[in-house]
Design a protein around this ligand. Structure first.
Ligand SMILES: Cc1cc2nc3c(=O)[nH]c(=O)nc-3n(C[C@H](O)[C@H](O)[C@H](O)COP(=O)(O)OP(=O)(O)OC[C@H]3O[C@@H](n4cnc5c(N)ncnc54)[C@H](O)[C@@H]3O)c2cc1C
Length: 533
């Protein structure tokens, strides 16, 4: 390494949901851990998912019983340990004549799903006759409709905040987080991993030493390994979503339905007062950072939705924005993408002892994956570790129902009930700190009417949550970027407020706005919306 390096017991590469969870698990076990992230926390795949905390009903077709069982139990934990972020979501499965999966098969799958989620807090399945289904969902296409079923899973409105909270807990327990530092080399000496080198966003290089390194770089795992690993570990598949405003007769529950074009099931999900529709699943070999939705994916998702809900006609013209990510799945060159296992694997590298790579891993199972990593490396840690603290430990923002109600009453009395609810669902218990900051009149100003975000939130996230850019702030902290206008309305207000507060100068604000405009264009935000930027 080029300069004397700080020494840690464990270095985690990547601060997506999995890196964040590993750091939390390790820090709580007393391990001296450093997390190195090349961009912002949660800026990779973790912010491009379907936002479901689910067992994965579809995986039963591939007899992934272990994965479904684990996921369903992690779902239950997250509902309990992160109630501000994760909520139960009802999903309805309409079945049409000629479907690949007939109604009886769905019934069997859901019975097994219920069995595997024994001890759950959410309701079990209900089989629905055609008339019952139409009474519940009048907007549904009734043509060739046979009947259907309803079941429950979990939804995390903001996985971005799940990443932030895992890291807040990790750092509160001694972890060190270094963002905007791309690991350029895993250093190996005599067959042992000894540390990493990185290049920071400002061009400076640096490094750190540790006898244990976990590569949790999501779809970039192979890139991080470079020459250490000659065979490919990952074979990513691209998945896209379109985000649209609710149409007349839009479902209030999630809908999980087979696409007519290829028989793949896809989701139409009520989310954030909008509809999140996805996903596609296509092999992807390019740079995951450049992955974007294609015209044929938009056509597939919108036309399939219009088929199920005829009143949605003309959906493509009402598209608000899109999200695309690359699933970090194990390399499996042949077969259907849907058949590639969603189970995670922790790979130990023989060419660099002490180095491990995380292959796969769903949002839902991040905590269990972190436990698996700690179990794997336990024997190489300098002192014994025991216990499983995260099994019962709430995320930092979690509160029980009486404490939550007290928080909502307190903040609601000052800022109004809607604002109190919004702050709770973004920051959990830390909403009180935001409300306290907002006692200052200049920090109580709202950025715009759509998001309702307060200037206080920007200050809080810059000071306490490692936010640096406008994109970090809007997309992954205050969540204005997930509103109907992609945060375009909030962007100007945010930049102006940070200039007024002396945190940015005018040139920085202009650069940030330019970068945000480019980001919005990449997410297909309409030119008519972008003019406001
Ligand atoms: C379309 C789609 C839908 C999905 N839906 C769901 C769902 O509904 N439910 C569910 O449970 N799961 C879902 N998933 C899966 C889930 O989102 C991912 O498996 C999970 O987010 C992966 O997290 P990660 O931390 O491993 O990777 P990432 O979130 O990609 O994090 C990896 C991090 O490593 C960083 N990094 C990369 N290279 C370097 C480097 N050289 N140096 C430092 N840092 C580096 C990146 O910047 C990134 O932040 C979905 C995935 C996709 C793509």
């Amino acid at each position: 390494m080029s300069q004397p390096a700080a020494t840690f017991e464990l270095i985690v590469i990547g601060a997506g949901i999995n890196g964040a969870a590993i750091a939390r698990e390790a820090a709580l076990a007393g391990v001296k851990v450093l997390v190195v992230e090349r961009g912002d926390v949660g800026g990779g795949t973790s912010s491009a998912s379907s936002r479901l905390i689910h067992g994965g009903l579809r995986y039963l077709e591939y007899l992934e019983l272990g994965l479904v069982y684990e996921s369903l139990h992690e779902r239950e934990r997250l509902l309990r340990l992160a109630p501000h972020l994760v909520a139960p979501l009802e999903l309805v499965i309409p079945v049409y004549r000629g479907a690949r999966r007939p109604r009886w098969q769905i019934g069997v799958g859901l019975a097994l799903y219920d069995l595997l989620s024994i001890g759950r807090s959410v309701p079990g399945r209900t089989m629905l006759r055609r008339d019952q289904l139409l009474a519940r969902m009048p907007g549904l296409n009734s043509n060739e409709l046979v009947g259907g079923a309803s079941y429950y899973d979990g939804q995390v409105r903001y996985p971005e905040r799940l990443v932030v909270e895992n890291l807040l807990d990790a750092v509160a327990n001694g972890a060190v987080l270094r963002t905007r530092a791309r690991v350029t080399r895993v250093c190996v000496d005599s067959g042992r991993a000894v540390g990493v080198e990185w290049q920071a966003a400002d061009g400076a290089s640096g490094g750190a030493a540790a006898p244990l390194i976990v590569n949790a770089a999501g779809p970039w795992v192979d890139e991080v390994l470079g020459p250490i690993q000659h065979t490919r570990l990952l074979g990513g598949t691209k998945g896209s979503h379109v985000i649209v405003p609710p149409f007349p007769g839009a479902p209030r529950t999630g809908v999980y339905v087979e696409a007519a074009a290829d028989g793949r099931p896809f989701f139409i999900l009520p989310w954030n007062d909008l509809l999140l529709i996805g996903t596609t699943d296509e092999r992807f070999d390019g740079d995951a950072e450049a992955a974007a939705i294609d015209a044929h994916e938009i056509a597939y998702l919108t036309s399939e939705t219009e088929r199920v809900f005829p009143a949605a006609a003309g959906l493509a013209a009402r598209l608000l924005y899109t999200h695309t990510g690359v699933r970090p799945l194990p390399w499996q060159p042949r077969g259907a993408t849907g058949a590639i296992t969603r189970r995670h694997v922790i790979r130990r590298h023989r060419a660099a002892r002490g180095l491990y790579s995380v292959v796969g891993g769903k949002l839902t199972t991040h905590r269990a994956l972190a436990e698996d990593v700690l179990r794997k490396i336990r024997g190489e840690l300098p002192r014994p570790i025991s216990g499983h603290p995260t099994r019962t430990r709430p995320l930092p923002g979690a509160l029980d129902a009486p404490a939550r109600d007290a928080l909502l009453a307190e903040i609601g009395a000052r800022l109004g009930p809607a604002q109190a609810q919004r702050l709770w669902h973004v920051y959990g218990s830390a909403a009180v700190e935001i409300a306290t900051l907002a006692l200052r009149p200049d920090l109580a100003v709202q950025l715009d009417a759509i998001s309702g975000v307060l200037v206080a939130e920007l200050v809080y996230s810059i000071e306490r949550e490692w936010a640096v850019t406008l994109e970090d702030l809007l997309q992954r902290r205050c969540m204005a970027g997930l509103c109907a206008d992609f945060g375009v309305g909030a962007a100007r207000g945010a930049a102006a407020a940070l200039v007024r507060l002396g945190i940015w100068d005018a040139a920085r604000a202009a650069t940030e706005l330019d970068a945000y405009r480019a980001l919005a264009a990449r997410h297909y935000v309409a030119a008519s919306v972008l003019v406001a930027l």
